[in-house]
Structures are given as C-alpha cells and as structure tokens.
Design a binder for this molecule. Structure first.
Ligand code: PGA
Length: 248
C-alpha cells in the first residue's frame, strides 16, 4: 500500500518560542496518528526543528533549496547544507516560489536534482492558476511542470508530488474531492508513462486550503495519498486533525 503523508508548510511563519510550543503540543497529542508526518520550516529554524523532533519519527523539511551546489551565491542555501543538518525532504516548485521568485521549470528540476544527489527527497509541487483551469490547460500545465523534474529524478528518489491548484492556496477555496482525484489520477498516469509500475508507489498529495473539516473527504479518494498543508498547519491541533483524516 502507498504511504500516506501529511506535510506542514509553515512558509514565512514561526519564532523560536512559537515553534517550541507547536512541537510540544503536537508531540503530546499525536500518539494515535498513523500517517507519515513532516514539517517544512524556514531555513533558520531547521536546526531547532531537527533537535526538537529528534527521535519522534516526524521529519523535518525545507521549503526550497538553491539550484547551485556551493560558492559565491550570497543568501543561498544548498542541498548539501540541508543534508548536513538532518533535513530529509524539501519542497520544490511551490507556486509562491514560481510566481514571486521566478523559479521556472528548469530551476525546479535542478533543485530536485541537487536534493536527490544529497539523499534528500524532493516534494515536487505542481498546479494550475485559475486562468489556466478556465482555459482547460490544467493537465498541460501539470504535465509541463512534472516532466521537467522527471527528466532528472528517478521514481524511487521522489519524496512525493503535491498537486496544489494555485487558486486554492490560502484562498479558502478548496478543490472538490472529485476535482482533486481527477488531476491526481492524471498525475499517476504521467508517472506511470515514465516509470511504469513504480508510479504506484509515489505519494501524490493535495494542497490548497486543506483543513480538518474537508481533509477526510479529499483523502478518501483513490489517488490522494495525503496533503501539503499551509495555513492550517500553523496550529498543531488543526494539523493533527488533518492527519487524522485518513479513513482508508
Ligand atoms: P494553504 O497552503 O493550505 O494555506 O492553502 C498550502 C500550500 O501553499 O502549500
């Protein structure tokens, strides 16, 4: 059976004290959680998070990574550095990185390749804007974004694919369970065309205004293997509530 995963994406939120309280609450309440769990936090808090979560089984991830290996790239953080401090997964291609920081498909593919070279699993984010959906381009956009990465990363090195319709991120508008399943099944097809049977093992996560009240319905769909959670992951109780949404 495919692994079920929920990943928190804290984005540019948190503080030393808030993170400590979040972990304290999460660890106190997560006893009966059955799915795999990870928290992606800003770079500066990653050492704190790996220390706080050591031995808990909860993984620590980065929210992005440099396309470069090392050298004169002021402000950048490399995959090697992330591996050095115990990070095991990292997001690449989040729509905020693509649109606000101009990271294109080639950059996302390079980031994924750098991560894989250090043993970190990339979680590749893909998804269409509202205009693209309305123009019936959803599949074409997802295919383009995914293909770039699949050219460089083998199936067994992929952490997950996260389908995040841009119009659903932080807007309170969630894709319906049917809309999510339709694109997840398409993503599975694309993976299968490239990797064959191994595609059945790749987790495909849904992201975009996921909350405890809607997660169970979306996660119940055949090709939805978990979620990438933004706003609702800032509260440990809500993130837990989402993780408990697996009825499969
Ligand atoms: P959201 O964000 O849950 O706040 O919509 C999801 C994401 O951006 O990964």
């Amino acid at each position: 059976m495919r692994e079920q995963i929920v990943i928190a994406n804290w984005k540019m939120n948190g503080s030393t004290e808030a993170n400590r309280l979040w972990v304290e609450k999460f660890l106190a309440l997560c006893g009966d959680l059955t799915c795999r769990t990870a928290v992606c936090a800003p770079f500066v808090y990653l050492p704190q998070m790996t220390a706080l979560l050591k031995g808990s089984g909860i993984e620590v991830g980065a929210e992005t990574v440099s396309t470069r290996a090392e050298g004169a790239f002021t402000g950048e953080v490399s995959a090697t550095m992330l591996a050095d401090i115990g990070v095991t997964l990292a997001l690449v291609g989040h729509s905020e990185r693509r649109t606000l920081w101009g990271e294109d498909d080639e950059a996302v593919a390079l980031q994924a390749e750098r991560l894989v070279a250090t043993g970190i699993k990339p979680v590749v984010c893909v998804g269409e804007t509202l205009e693209e959906r309305q123009a019936n381009q959803t599949e074409a956009v997802v295919l383009r974004q995914l293909r770039a990465v699949l050219e460089r990363v083998p199936a067994d090195k992929l952490g997950a694919v996260a389908y995040e319709p841009v119009w659903a991120i932080g807007t309170g508008k969630t894709a319906s369970a049917e809309q999510a399943q339709e694109i997840h099944a398409y993503i599975r097809q694309v993976l299968a065309a490239k990797f064959g049977a191994a595609a059945q093992e790749t987790a495909i996560l849904y992201g975009g205004s996921c909350k405890p009240s809607n997660a169970a319905e979306i996660f119940a769909k055949e090709d939805v293997d978990g979620g990438l959670i933004g706003g609702a992951a800032l509260k440990a109780e809500d993130f837990l509530g989402i993780g408990k949404g697996f009825a499969k």
